[in-house]
Design a protein around this ligand. Structure first.
Ligand code: NOJ
Length: 746
C-alpha cells in the first residue's frame, strides 16, 4: 500500500499558522453551508465530476465492471477522480484508502459505503423476518447495533433500508424488505432510519432508502425485469415507505434498476426531480444503483454511456455507482453546454455537505479506530440483541394438538436436515462481514437447550437436490423411529435469498416432501422448522407435519433462538408480513388486494366471479397470521361513535382474552375498508396494531384512535385525499379472522 502525504492538511499546517487564514472549507468553526460553497469555488469541473464517482473496492456486488487494480484505484483517488468507495471495510483498510484521498489537491475525504442489510459482523434476522416481530423498538435497536459495528469498521454509509413493497415471493429480494403492506412498511422504514442514523455521531452511519422507486413491482417477480404500474399504484402502494424514510431525515436515496412509465428510474425526471426533490423537498443526495446509469444503454433508453450520464444528471440523479460515466463525461457535457454547472454544483454540494456533516474534513479517521472496532464487533451484548430479535421474528404457522412447546417427557429428539447442521446455508447473500462459522446452528442450539445426549442428528436431504436421496431418508427414518419426536429443518439454503435470486418455483423441494412423507409414516410427531428468505408454498407439507415453525433466516443466533422457542422458553409472537400462497400460479396473493366487479360469494360457491378454477382465492396463511402457544379471543368491538368528522377522532375498542394455557404476546391489528371512493380501493388496509402481553386467563381492553387522515389515500398526482362516506373497520389477530364494525366519515 502506498502512503500518501495529506496535501491539503500539510499546506495548512505550513502556510496557515493562524486558524483564520485557513480556507473556509477547512475551518471547523465555519457554517457547513459556507464550507461547501467555499470548496465548490475551489474545485475544477473534473474534481466535481470525481465527487460523483463511486468505485467498488474489494468486492463486486454486481457484474464486474472491469475495475482497475488497487494501485490504479488509489491513483484515481489521489487525483480527485473518486468521491466515494463501496465495499471497502475495516478500520485499517479504510484508513489506508482515506490517506490517498487526503493526499489529493484539495484533500477531500472519501465516503465509504457498504450494504449493512441486517448487521455487519453480528448478523440479525433478515429485514422481512424482523418485520414479523411487530416491535419497532427492537427493530431500531437491531439497526443501531448494525450502525455501531459498521461505523467502528470505517463505514460511513449503508445502502439501506430497502423499502420496496412486494407481494411476490418469487422475487429473491423480498427478504430485504417489510413485506406487502405499505402502511406497516412506512413504520418500519422510519424505525430503521432512526436506528442507523441516530444523531449522526460516530456510532451511527448515513442511511440510504432504496430502490427508488417501485423495484418490488418487477414483472413476474423476475430480477432486473421491467416494471409497469399506474401512478395510483405508485403512490398508494410503493411510495409510503420511501416517504417515511425521507420524513425520518434519511440522508440519501438510491435509484433502482427498473422502469417507471417506460423510463429507467435512474433517468426518470418525474421520480427524482418532480417528486423527490421538488414535491418532497429532499435535501440529501441520490446515488445510482450498481451500474444503473450504464444499464440505461441496455434498456435502449440511452445511446451510449455519455448519453446515459446526461440523462441521469438531467433527471436529477447524482452519484454514479460503478458506471464511471459521470467522471468521464461530465466535463465534456458541461463544456458542450448540455449541462449547466449549477446542476453539477447542486449534486456535488449535497455530497460534500454530508462529508462535512460527518466531520470527515476535521477528523477523517474518526471511523478508523482499530481498538474500537475490536471492542465493538460481535460483542456479547450485540449477540444478545440478535438473539432477542431472532426469537421475536419466528412465526408459528401450525401447532396440532399443542405438540409445541416440547414437553419434559420428550427425551429423545431426532434432529433432521442438512440446514440444521451445515453452516454454509445459515446466512443469505447480504451477510455483511458475518462469518457463518461464528453463527449458532440449529444442532448447536438444540444441544444447548436440550442436552447433547437428547439429540440424534441426520442430514435427510441434499441441498438443491431434486431427486430423492433414499439412503439419507432411510437414516432419518431410523433415527426418528428410535426418538420421541422429529424436528426437521427444511426450506431453502440462505444463499437463495437476496439479489439475483428470483425463483420460478417456491414450493418445498421434492426431496424434502418425500422425506416428510416417510417420517410421517413412523407415527412420531413431526415438527417442521422452515428456513427461507421468503414465504414458500407449504401446501404439500401441511398435512405431513404436526407443527410448522417458520424461522426465515435469523442470523448469528439462529440455532439458539429456534431451540428456545421449541423448548417453550420463549412463546412465539411473530405474525407474517407476507401472505403464504397456496400455489405459485396464485401469486400475487396479498391481503390488501383490490376489489373486483365480480367478487366471490362468501362460501365460494357459484359461477361468474373472479377466481382460478383450480385453486381458491385465499392464501394458505394470511398476512398478519401467527400462532402462539397460548390462544387469544377477541370480543366486544365497539366504536365511540358511528360518525367521524375532520375535527374529531374515533375510538375503536376491543377486548382480548388470553384463554390458553401460557402467558403470551398478541399482535392486535386494525384494518379499514373505504366502501366507495373515487378510485378502486383495497378490500382491507392495515391502519394500526398493538402488541400486548397477556398472562394466561387475563383480559385487556385496548383502544385504537382513528382520525380522518387515517382514511386518506393518494390520487394519481400523489395528493392525499379524504373522501366522506361509509367505512368498515376490522380488528383481529390477523387480516382474515376479524371482528367488524362500520362508521361514516362526514
Ligand atoms: C446492487 C443492489 O441492488 C443494491 O441494493 C446494493 O446496495 C448495491 N448493489 C451495492 O452493493
Amino acid at each position: 500500500m502506498i502512503r500518501f502525504v495529506p496535501y491539503a492538511l500539510l499546506i495548512c499546517t505550513m502556510a496557515c499558522s493562524q486558524t483564520t487564514e485557513k480556507p473556509v472549507y477547512l475551518r471547523s468553526d465555519a457554517k457547513t453551508e459556507d464550507r461547501v460553497t467555499d470548496l465548490l469555488k475551489r474545485m475544477t469541473v473534473e474534481e466535481k465530476a470525481g465527487q460523483l464517482n463511486q468505485l467498488a473496492g474489494d468486492l463486486n456486488t454486481g457484474p464486474a465492471s472491469g475495475n482497475a487494480d488497487w494501485q490504479h484505484k488509489l491513483e484515481a483517488i489521489k487525483n480527485g477522480q473518486v468521491g466515494s468507495m463501496l465495499n471497502v471495510v475495516g478500520a485499517a483498510k479504510t484508513r489506508q484508502v482515506q490517506e490517498a484521498a487526503l493526499a489529493g489537491r484539495l484533500g477531500i475525504p472519501l465516503l465509504f459505503g457498504y450494504d449493512v442489510m441486517h448487521g455487519y459482523k453480528t448478523i440479525f434476522p433478515i429485514p422481512l423476518a424482523e418485520a414479523c416481530s411487530w416491535e419497532l423498538e427492537q427493530v431500531e435497536r437491531n439497526h443501531a447495533v448494525a450502525a455501531a459495528e459498521s461505523s467502528s469498521a470505517g463505514v460511513h454509509w449503508t445502502f439501506g433500508p430497502m423499502c420496496d413493497i412486494s407481494d411476490d415471493p418469487r422475487w429473491g429480494r423480498v427478504m430485504e424488505g417489510a413485506g406487502e403492506d405499505p402502511w406497516y412498511g412506512a413504520q418500519l422504514a422510519a424505525a430503521r432510519v432512526k436506528g442507523l442514523q441516530g444523531n449522526l455521531d460516530t456510532n451511527h452511519i448515513l442511511a440510504c432508502v432504496k430502490h427508488f422507486a417501485a423495484y418490488g413491482a418487477v414483472e413476474g417477480g423476475k430480477e432486473y425485469a421491467y416494471t409497469d404500474l399506474s401512478r395510483v399504484a405508485l403512490w398508494n402502494k410503493y411510495m409510503p415507505p420511501y416517504k417515511a424514510a425521507i420524513d425520518a431525515g434519511i440522508a440519501t436515496v438510491m435509484n433502482g434498476f427498473t422502469t417507471f412509465e417506460g423510463i429507467p428510474v435512474t433517468g426518470n425526471r418525474y421520480l427524482v426531480t418532480d417528486v423527490l426533490k421538488n414535491k418532497w423537498n429532499f435535501k440529501g443526495f441520490v446515488v445510482s444503483d450498481w451500474n444503473s446509469i450504464g444499464e440505461m444503454v441496455n434498456w435502449g433508453y440511452a445511446a451510449d454511456k455519455k448519453d446515459a450520464a446526461f440523462k441521469a444528471i438531467s433527471a436529477g440523479s447524482m452519484m454514479d455507482m460503478e458506471t464511471q460515466a459521470m467522471v468521464k463525461f461530465i466535463p465534456e457535457l458541461v463544456k458542450e453546454g448540455k449541462i449547466q454547472m449549477k446542476e453539477i454544483d447542486d449534486a456535488v454540494g449535497r455530497i460534500l455537505y454530508y462529508k462535512f456533516k460527518l466531520g470527515l474534513f476535521d477528523n477523517p479517521f474518526a471511523y478508523c479506530n482499530e481498538a474500537r472496532e475490536k471492542a465493538t464487533l460481535f460483542s456479547n451484548e450485540n449477540r444478545k440483541q440478535s438473539l432477542e430479535a431472532a426469537k421475536r421474528s419466528i412465526v408459528l404457522l401450525k401447532n396440532e394438538n399443542k405438540v409445541l412447546p416440547l414437553k419434559k417427557e420428550v427425551k429423545k429428539i431426532a434432529l433432521i436436515g442438512l440446514y440444521a447442521s451445515d453452516k454454509s446455508h445459515i446466512f443469505d447473500f447480504w451477510k455483511g462481514q458475518g462469518n457463518p462459522n461464528d453463527a449458532v446452528s440449529l444442532q448447536e442450539g438444540m444441544a444447548a437447550a436440550f442436552g447433547t445426549s437428547s439429540i440424534s442428528y441426520s442430514a435427510g436431504y441434499v441441498d438443491l437436490s431434486t431427486t430423492t436421496n433414499k439412503s439419507l431418508i432411510a437414516e432419518a427414518v431410523a433415527k426418528t423411529r428410535s426418538a420421541d419426536i422429529a424436528v426437521v429443518n427444511i426450506g431453502l439454503s440462505g444463499d437463495l435469498a437476496g439479489e439475483d435470486r428470483s425463483l420460478a418455483n417456491i414450493a418445498i423441494p421434492a426431496d424434502q416432501v418425500e422425506l416428510l412423507k416417510e417420517l410421517k409414516k413412523t407415527g412420531k410427531p413431526v415438527i417442521a422448522v422452515v428456513s427461507a428468505g421468503r414465504p414458500m408454498i407449504l401446501t404439500e407439507i401441511t398435512d405431513l407435519c404436526d407443527a410448522i415453525l417458520y424461522t426465515w433466516i435469523l442470523g448469528s443466533e439462529s440455532g439458539n433462538a429456534i431451540a428456545q422457542v421449541l423448548a417453550g422458553e420463549y412463546n412465539p409472537s411473530g405474525k407474517t408480513v407476507m401472505s403464504f400462497p397456496k400455489a405459485t400460479g396464485q401469486i400475487p396473493v396479498y391481503y390488501n388486494h383490490f376489489k373486483t366487479g365480480r367478487p366471490s360469494t362468501t362460501d365460494g360457491k357459484g359461477n361468474w366471479y373472479s377466481r382460478y378454477r383450480d385453486v381458491d382465492n385465499h392464501p394458505l396463511y394470511p398476512f398478519g397470521f401467527g400462532l402462539s402457544y397460548s390462544h387469544f379471543t377477541y370480543s366486544n368491538l365497539t366504536l365511540s361513535d358511528s360518525i367521524l368528522d375532520n375535527n374529531h377522532t374515533l375510538q375503536v375498542k376491543v377486548t382480548i382474552t388470553n384463554d390458553g394455557d401460557h402467558d403470551g404476546e398478541e399482535v392486535a391489528q386494525l384494518y379499514i375498508n373505504d366502501v366507495a371512493a373515487s378510485i378502486v380501493r383495497p378490500v382491507k388496509e392495515l391502519k394500526g396494531y398493538q402488541k400486548i402481553m397477556l398472562k394466561k386467563g387475563e383480559s385487556k381492553t385496548i383502544q385504537f384512535t382513528l382520525g380522518s387522515s387515517d382514511l386518506s389515500f393518494y390520487d394519481a398526482s400523489g395528493n392525499s385525499v379524504v373522501e366522506p362516506g361509509k367505512f368498515e373497520v376490522f380488528v383481529g389477530g390477523n387480516s382474515r379472522d376479524v371482528l367488524q364494525e362500520q362508521f361514516w366519515l362526514k
